[in-house]
Design a protein around this ligand. Structure first.
Ligand code: HEC
Length: 146
């Protein structure tokens, strides 16, 4: 028994040292390795892994009014959720249309009542205006899309 003890001790010391040695030798991946790998695959991943949806069909900034409407605005304005003026409801839209496209765009950027800024979208001001034109023109307006 007394002969075996030093060996057991030596062995357990060695075992305890393995993770320390391994990390010292750099066999464990470091955070910078992941960062470098991420940077390398980033452009590829963006193009290849994006789901084929309406959201990615057109790049932000170039979406048509109809695209943005279907993607975002319609969720509330199609059925009139939370008091949103329904698309096609001329009575609800007439006083709003009367304020003009510039005012409606400003209001939509800022948000109003239950409507969050930009309807909660990442739309540019111009895309927002296009969506308003799409919606308002179905509701009695005769706006020109920017
Ligand atoms: C979460 C629901 C919701 C979404 C999404 C939404 N809206 Fe609205 N919107 C509303 C509500 C509610 C109102 C009525 C606000 C009020 O009059 O208090 C409104 C009002 C408006 C008005 C009239 C503003 C005015 O001056 O009376 C415009 C224009 C408008 N929305 C455009 C948009 C556009 C464009 C989008 C998409 C980018 C959008 N909305 C997305 C809920 C929404």
């Amino acid at each position: 028994m007394s002969k075996k003890l030093p060996r057991v001790l030596a062995l357990s010391c060695l075992l305890a040292l393995i993770p320390v040695l391994a990390s010292a030798m750099g066999s464990q991946p470091r955070e910078t390795d992941f960062e470098a790998a991420n940077a390398r695959i980033q452009p590829l991943a963006k193009v290849k892994l994006a789901p084929p949806s309406a959201a990615t069909a057109a790049a932000p900034g170039s979406r048509s009014g109809e695209e943005l409407y279907k993607l975002v605005c319609g969720a509330c304005h199609e059925t009139g959720v939370a008091g949103a003026p329904k698309t096609g409801d001329k009575a609800a839209w007439a006083p709003r249309i009367g304020t003009g496209l510039a005012t409606l765009t400003k209001t939509s950027i800022a948000g109003k009542g239950a409507m969050p800024p930009k309807g909660g979208s990442d739309a540019t001001d111009e895309e927002l205006a296009r969506a308003i034109v799409f919606m308002a023109n179905k509701s009695g307006a005769n706006f020109k899309a920017p």
